[in-house]
Design a protein around this ligand. Structure first.
Ligand code: FES
Length: 235
């Protein structure tokens, strides 16, 4: 079957392409087809093609998705693609994700020990099992956050955002000895108290990080630190 892909550019203007798709053709496949056969200058980001690297986020028919795991056949025609807000656009669908990483905690560790696998034998050069964090830093949560992205490219007010705050939550879980230092950094209107609890970040997250839940956990930890100590009961 044929599908129509309409690419709407951030600065105005749009282009429409007709592509051949099957049931399992993804949006990224379609973009590769367009670039290979119709517009070799088309810009978009991708790497892994299987939902792991987090680079291929786009807005498709108004929804934030990873283009490499979203089937064209499941989308209404024409499929309208836009670059992710609130990031600045390098060109076409390619955005600059630098602001996303800049708000992550300093010195955050990105690997963690995995559950021991009793029967597995790790390669000799790897000192024990490690795995990457679930978060793939795709930015979909930031893009759907009403505080950061509702106004387009300009956040409605300063806010660290769900991806960075979820990273703080993970860092505190892995390194409890850093809890005071890290909670101090996010106890502000730009930090955990900037969240409007729209929960959209948790709904859109493709890897079940649940940023809104992590923000609530951080808020409770901060409140617990501030709560006056209970008077001991007198008998
Ligand atoms: S290309 Fe890696 S997540 Fe889509």
């Amino acid at each position: 079957m044929t599908a129509t892909i309409r690419i709407v550019r951030a600065g105005g203007g749009q282009s429409e392409f007709t592509v051949q798709v099957g049931e399992f053709t993804t949006l990224l496949d379609a973009l590769e087809q367009i670039r290979g056969e119709q517009d070799e200058g088309l810009l978009y980001r991708h790497s892994c093609h299987h939902g792991s690297c987090g680079t291929c986020g786009v807005i498709a028919n108004g929804k934030r998705v990873l283009s490499c795991v979203t089937r064209v056949s499941e989308l209404a025609q024409p499929v309208e693609l836009r670059p992710l807000t609130p990031y600045s656009v390098i060109g076409d669908l390619a955005i600059d994700p630098a602001p996303l990483y800049s708000k992550f905690p300093d010195d955050a560790s990105i690997l963690r020990p995995s559950e021991a696998q009793p029967d597995a034998i790790p390669p000799a050069e790897i000192p024990g099992f490690t795995r990457f964090e679930n978060c793939i830093e795709c930015g979909l949560c930031e893009s759907v956050c009403p505080v950061l992205s509702a106004g387009g490219v300009t956040p409605s007010r300063p806010f660290m955002g769900p991806a960075a705050l979820a990273a703080y939550s993970r860092e505190i879980e892995k390194h409890p000895e850093r809890a005071d230092e890290l909670l101090n950094e996010i106890d502000s209107p730009e930090g955990v108290w900037g969240c409007d609890r729209a929960l959209q970040c948790s709904l859109v997250c493709p890897v079940e990080v649940y940023p809104a839940k992590q923000i609530a956990v951080l808020q409770r930890k901060i409140e617990a630190r501030k709560a006056p100590e209970q008077e001991p009961r007198r008998h």
